[in-house]
Design a protein around this ligand. Structure first.
Ligand code: AMP
Ligand code: FES
Ligand code: ZN
Length: 300
């Protein structure tokens, strides 16, 4: 196998691109995909301070690494979900990454904000842990960004994540979710911070290779609640399709973004208000996060 760029010995084959790369040319390919994502979706400019949401996993730490290499001004944000050893270890990975590079990291325990950690939220709501967890993450990423005046939040969602989310939304024709599926969500209200996903062009295998080649120390274990989640089943189905036909995930997601997304976006203009309690954006009177916090308070 020879590197497409330099003809030297390749370390990684990317069937979807019909190419193979040596280490330096793969790293450059990886950074180029992120540069292209940032440029094409006007994610942020060189002078904007980016809040990078880091989970301690390969994707978000690889993203932070590239943004630092590219000279962006960044601060990390780790939300401590209180999920036993998993949270202790993933927090330590983020802290070590930030300390060795001398960059700032904010840490916010979800329990301080909601009143209980994710495992208790799950018991109280009797819903899958990922639902209270996902809601809390989305809410707190936005609120922390607002409180500190960051114009944009970047997450480590990759091509596999985005294709699986799209697949799930299509299976149930969730038109609101389809309208929001995008590598860049603009701020549509003064209290909504722009959200971007600079890794959407890169697969999970590619971010794992990048993290390995750059010797990034990340948490390999998945969240213990992830087992059996439908999003994982959807990823497995898409990966089987990808094996049979390289490029399937890419074509599915990129075809949607290029050709179908606009139709859903037009259909879903909703009126946004401010939550009567916390002032964050909602479509109702009280936001979903405040309702969740009330439910937790009543039960604990
Ligand atoms: P996940 O939903 O776990 O696949 O994570 C998707 C992205 O959300 C990650 O790449 C991070 O950018 C962000 N994220 C997930 N968990 C956390 C966390 N505990 N703290 C901050 N950001 C997170
Ligand atoms: Fe949220 Fe696992 S990370 S439930
Ligand atoms: Zn609220």
């Amino acid at each position: 196998m020879k590197c497409r760029k330099c003809g030297g010995a390749a370390v990684l084959e990317l069937r979807r691109h019909n190419a193979a790369f040596c280490t330096p040319d793969f790293l450059e390919f990886f950074r180029n995909q992120i540069r292209e994502a940032i440029r094409r979706w006007r994610m942020f400019g060189p002078d904007e301070h980016v809040l990078v949401a880091v989970s301690g996993g390969k994707d978000s730490l690889a993203l932070w690494d590239v943004l630092l290499e590219e000279g962006y001004r960044t601060t990390g944000l780790y939300l401590d979900l209180g999920i036993f050893d998993y949270s202790v270890e993933s927090r330590a990975k983020c802290e070590r990454f930030a300390a060795t590079r001398g960059v700032p990291l904010l840490v916010r325990p979800v329990a301080d904000e909601v009143g209980a950690p994710v495992p208790v939220i799950q018991r109280v709501t009797r819903r899958p842990p990922c639902s209270g967890c996902g809601l809390s993450k989305r809410y707190l990423l936005n609120r922390v960004a607002l409180e500190h005046g960051f114009p944009v939040v970047a997450t480590g969602h990759n091509l596999d994540d985005e294709a699986a989310t799209l697949f799930g939304s299509v299976l149930h024709w969730q038109t609101e979710a389809l309208a929001r599926q995008s590598p860049a969500l603009a701020s549509t209200h003064p209290k909504l911070v722009r959200r971007v996903k600079p890794l959407y062009r890169l697969s999970e295998r590619e971010t794992a290779a990048y993290a390995f080649l750059r010797r990034i120390d990340y948490i390999v274990e998945e969240c213990p609640f992830a087992e059996g989640a439908t999003s994982i089943a959807h990823k497995q189905i898409l990966s089987r399709m990808e094996d049979a036909s390289p490029g399937a995930k890419h074509n599915f997601l990129f075809g949607y973004l290029d050709r179908a997304r606009a139709a859903f976006e037009r259909a879903e203009a909703v009126e946004l208000r401010e939550c009567a309690r916390c002032g964050q954006v909602t479509t109702g009177t009280l936001c979903a996060f405040c309702k969740l916090a009330d439910q937790v308070k009543r039960a604990t």
